[in-house]
Structure formats: structure tokens, C-alpha cells
Design a protein around this ligand. Sequence first.
Ligand SMILES: Nc1nc2c(ncn2[C@@H]2O[C@H](COP(=O)(O)OP(=O)(O)OP(=O)(O)O)[C@@H](O)[C@H]2O)c(=O)[nH]1
Ligand SMILES: [Mg+2]
Length: 407
Amino acid sequence: MFVDEVKVFARAGHGGKGAVAFHREAYIPKGGPSGGNGGRGGDVILEADHDLNNLIQQFFVSNLLAENGQGGMGKGMDGKAGKDLVIKVPCGTIVWRLDREPEAHGAGDDSGEGGEGEGGEDDAEEPLILSAAGTDRPVIRHSGGVQAVELDLGADDDDDGLSGSQRRDARKGERVCDLTEHGQRFVLCHGGRGGLGNRNFATAARQTPRFAQPGEAGDEGDFLFELRMIAEVGLVGYPNAGKSTLLTAISKARPKIAAYPFTTLTPQVGIVEYPEDYHRLTVCDVPGLIAGAHRNVGLGHAFLRHIARCRILVVLLDMAGTDNRHPWDDYRSLLEELELYDPSLLERPLLVVANKMDEPPAEANLKAFKRRVRKTPVLPISAAFDEGIAAFRKTIRQMVEEAGTEG
Ligand SMILES: Nc1nc2c(ncn2[C@@H]2O[C@H](COP(=O)(O)OP(=O)(O)OP(=O)(O)O)[C@@H](O)[C@H]2O)c(=O)[nH]1
Ligand SMILES: [Mg+2]
């Protein structure tokens, strides 16, 4: 299962409460206040990890609860701090803070201990706060043990002057962080401070303080984790154009290849190696796009977020026109779908690659195609027969380097 968007609830640990205690020892009358301080609650920390490629862990454990701080004790002993909860997420994870509904989770009354156990009760209350999806993309929601994928097929056509992707981002809430580098950390929720014990409040005038500070609550909130893969080159094309075959030819990735549409259902990243100078490029193969994808036809636009960070885009066309398709129509509708998703995608350097040049109709189709797009360079290849692959590797490297210096 591939999960690239998931809603989570995170709560940092509550600070432990300070203790009220008095020193008692033989021959020491009125030993004075000796209540220790409470420990601080653990933080919820996110850490980017390049060994992960999707958010499945958060799909199964979506309540991220850090440990509470221990309460202070007598004899001046301070409580232990709660352990930080370190959550590993794939590189490329963006975190959005969702607006909370006021009655959600019913938290706020835990005081020091037992916070972990209450996670179960939160789950039981969750169905009450489930409401219809506000976003136009699949949102995976949890309701106790039952998981459901909610698809809002509602129109994407609001007329507010924003592009599709900008509107989607605006609806998601406040962007909290973007973890791109391996090992990068971000404190999502800070743990609460521990309370001071009564020994801190002794003064000359008040020598027996019978009170101590309670601990502070940790930060909490609902968040949306969204994964946008990090690759330099994005491969887009109609189903069956040969994207996975091309990825297999240039890298060690082994996506499934078959002669039916929508073989690839999740984005695949391959690493292209240039042994001569140990250079590497990452290429992302996104599932096939078809006309009307913005209306959720086929697999829809859901996976286009994974090419949003790519520096260059490769449009792969089936020049043989298999299944009575016309390369020119495919090209037009691919560009249209990219534009509908995010117009800025078309500003990226674009390489048009004509695949399946080994098939008989391909030559004639390529000639006709080139006449229509005179300015755009078209690279002919035959991915299945390793023809033109060396030129393709060279071209993408050159384009990525040029795009890099411009940026
Ligand atoms: N003749 C010929 N067939 C090819 C070539 N490249 C790919 N194919 C065939 O085209 C079919 C589809 O290839 P895939 O690589 O699975 O296509 P895809 O674009 O990944 O398709 P989806 O994952 O369904 O979007 C397979 O049967 C391949 O063998 C080529 O250069 N020449
Ligand atoms: Mg494929």
C-alpha cells in the first residue's frame, strides 16, 4: 500500500506536577519544604529518513503521543522528563496544521500521568467529529479500527483566480514544515514544562508552602502529512507509453511493465548513475495521465504532486500510436492536464521523448509530429530495445544541470 497523504493527531507530553512534601528526619525538627519539580513532557519530533518512501507508518499509527513528564517527589527529588517521540518520515514530507474543531479529542484534563492510556478513549470519540472531506483529494480518515478512503469528487472548478494546486494548498491550512534532507529534524509539538515543587516557594515569611505548581500541557494539534517525492526528473505520459520500461532501462528500479494501461499505480523513483564521474540523478515515474484527469478520470491528478518538485519534466509519447491513439493528441492533453494541475509546471524545462520508434508507424508519426511542434526538440528512443537510451541519459543530465544553474 502506498500512502502519500495522511491525517494525524500529535500531542507532546504533559509536564509533571511539582510535589508538596516536607523534610522529616530524626533530630531535625521542621525540616522545611522538600517537594521536587516535575519533569518536562516529551516532544513530538519529526525526522526525515531517506530509507522510507511513503507514510504508511502514520497511516496505521496516526496518534503521535509523546511521554508525559513524571511528577516531582519528596526528599527534593525531581521527576523524570518524558521521552521524546521521534517519528521518521520520508524525505519530501510537508506538514500542514489543520484547524481543530473545538470539541475534538476532549483533551486537556490529564495531569501528569496516564496520558498514554487515554489515546484509546480518543479513538472511541473520533466518529463524533468526522465530517465530510473539505479537500478535493482523497483524505484517509480513521474512525476507531475502521479505515476508509473518502473521495470528494466535487468540482475542481471554483473560479477564484487560483490555480488548482494553489487552491488545494490554501484549503489544507497552515504549512508547518517541509522535511527534505535526510536527518533533518523538526519539533512538531513541544512538551509541557514541569511544575515547581514546594521547596521553591519557601520564603522567610512563608516557611511551609503547602502548594506546588502543576505541570503545563504539551502542544497538540491535528496535522496533515503530505509526501511530495524528491526527484530531479519527472516522467509523465499516457498509460502504456513505456514510462516504466524507460525507468528500467536507465536505472536499477524494476517497476512492473505490462501491455495494459495503469500497470503502475504508485510513483516509482529510480536512480540514474553516471559511473564516469559518480554522478546520480533521480527520476520519478508517475502513474499514467489521461485526458480528464483533473476530473478524477483514470487515477486523476492525485500523483502529480510527486512531480511538483522535479527540476525538469519528460513527456513520454507512444509514437507508434498503439490502440489507435495519436501522439499529437496525447501531447496536447498531457500539457493541458499539467496546466490544469499547476500552470507553473509548464514553465519547467520540458523534454519530449518519442518512444517505440522500433514499430513501423512510428517514423511517419514522428515526422508529422515534428511538423506540428517545430520549436520543441523531440528525442526518439526505443526503451524496450535500448535504443537512444544513452542520448536520453545525457540529455536529462544536461538539462538538470542547466535548470540547476538558473535556479
Ligand atoms: N515495441 C515497443 N514496445 C514498448 C517499448 N517500450 C515499452 N513498450 C511496451 O509498452 C507496454 C507498456 O509499457 P510500460 O512501461 O508498462 O508502460 P507505462 O507507461 O509504464 O504504462 P502504465 O504504467 O500503465 O502507465 C509494454 O508492453 C512494453 O513492453 C518500445 O520501445 N517498443
Ligand atoms: Mg508503468
